[in-house]
Design a protein. Structure first.
Length: 395
């Protein structure tokens, strides 16, 4: 009897865990599919891009602009009234004739960029491309697996594919684990690819310093999106995030007054704009917007004070950061886009501070009204306090 009770309890727990895994997979499948496809698109652009690094090389004693990709370089020639025109790509391996040559050390620029610089760039690009491809393949697996899980409830082909996976012994828990492994491996290899290129690239191409460009920034943006997606995936599968709470938060947002709703929309717009800044650099002040959204949800005064102080500080920092920006004509396309996003996010901060003050005043007035109503005696309680006792002293 005792063994049968244990077996039945174990069966109930297994069935509950299977239902939980299935519901978690159904909840995360649409978001995982869209995010994986977006990251595939961004990584593909980065792989095919020609602007991983930009610097100034030397040729016949004359400096010239150079755009470096993972395996080639394009040299720029100044054109009259047309800026710089970049030629067709030249393979880095053609410029690297002796891979064992050490990097030159000179206090003055040489008349020609040393071929050891191109060898170092070729090695950096090769390593970064290898790790990037290792992270690119799991993204396709994650997108395919998420799509099968998403469409298994509506499409016959996807439903039969899910049945085939279940018949092969891949339960919903195993599919969830496979999805986590794909996302984690892709995230890890993208991080290694970014680190390899940043550390292995030379500090100069012969004249001045170098700078990371748009293709590197696109991959950095994909890495940020992938980090958020992986965190949400793990939170959902480990039951750290309740989908019902997310739906309740959306309903609460729709029922908010106009000032609080405008504050939430302005903070969300700032988050998206600061995400676009990842093409140039990751802006950690996006965490301030998350604190603001937490205030919109909870209305806590201590959260409001932290958000107001940090937003005011970041606004003061924005004043001299915007003043130190170069002219728009001197920026590349990626730099102009990232700095434009930063400028719009900075212009939204006074609106956010004003909306925060309005929301706080309304919340304070509402709390005072509720406290005053709570202090007023009820009619029944007042009647009992003034009525004479049933047995008075005059009886």
């Amino acid at each position: 009897m005792l063994n049968s009770a244990r077996d039945s309890a174990r069966a109930v727990r297994d069935a509950a865990s299977r239902r939980l895994a299935a519901s978690s997979l159904d909840a995360i499948a649409p978001g995982s599919t869209f995010t994986a496809l977006l990251c595939i698109f961004l990584v593909g652009i980065s792989l095919d891009g020609h602007e991983w690094l930009r610097g100034t090389s030397m040729h016949l004693g004359r400096p010239r602009d150079a755009l470096v990709s993972l395996g080639a370089v394009r040299f720029g020639e100044p054109q009259a009234n047309r800026g710089v025109r970049f030629a067709h790509p030249t393979a880095l391996r053609k410029l690297c004739t002796d891979e064992s040559a050490p990097l030159p050390y000179a206090r003055v620029p040489a008349s020609e960029t040393d071929q050891a610089v191109w060898c170092q760039l070729a090695r950096a690009g090769s390593r970064a491309q290898s790790f990037l491809l290792l992270g690119y393949l799991p993204l396709w697996v994650a997108a395919t697996l998420s799509g099968v899980l998403w469409f298994s409830s509506s499409l016959g082909a996807a439903k039969s594919a899910r049945y085939a996976l279940a018949a092969a012994g891949l339960s919903d828990a195993a599919l969830a684990l496979a999805l986590v492994v794909c996302w984690t491996s892709s995230w890890f290899f993208l991080f290694i690819s970014l680190s390899c290129f940043a550390y292995a690239a030379p500090s100069s191409l012969g004249w001045g310093a170098v700078g990371l460009e748009a293709s590197f920034g696109v991959l950095q943006l994909a890495f940020v999106i992938m980090t958020v997606a992986l965190s949400a995936l793990l939170a959902q599968l480990l039951s750290l995030w309740d989908a019902g709470s997310a739906r309740g938060l959306w309903v609460t947002l729709l029922d908010m007054d106009n000032a609080r709703k405008a504050l939430a929309l302005a903070l969300s717009a700032q988050l998206l704009l600061l995400l676009g800044c990842a093409l140039k650099q990751i802006e950690w002040q996006a965490l301030v917007q998350l604190i603001g959204l937490h205030f919109v949800d909870t209305g806590k005064t201590d959260v409001l004070l932290a958000f107001f102080a940090l937003t005011s500080l970041s606004l003061l920092v924005d004043v001299y950061r915007l003043g130190a920006m170069p002219a728009w004509a001197a920026m590349t396309g990626a730099q102009a886009f990232a700095d434009g996003c930063y400028l719009l996010a900075a212009l939204l901060k006074p609106v956010v501070l004003l909306a925060t003050a309005v929301v706080w005043r309304r919340d304070s007035a509402r709390r005072r009204v509720e406290e005053n109503e709570a202090d007023l005696p009820t009619p029944g309680r007042e009647h009992r306090s003034t009525a004479s006792p049933p047995f008075s002293s005059n009886f």
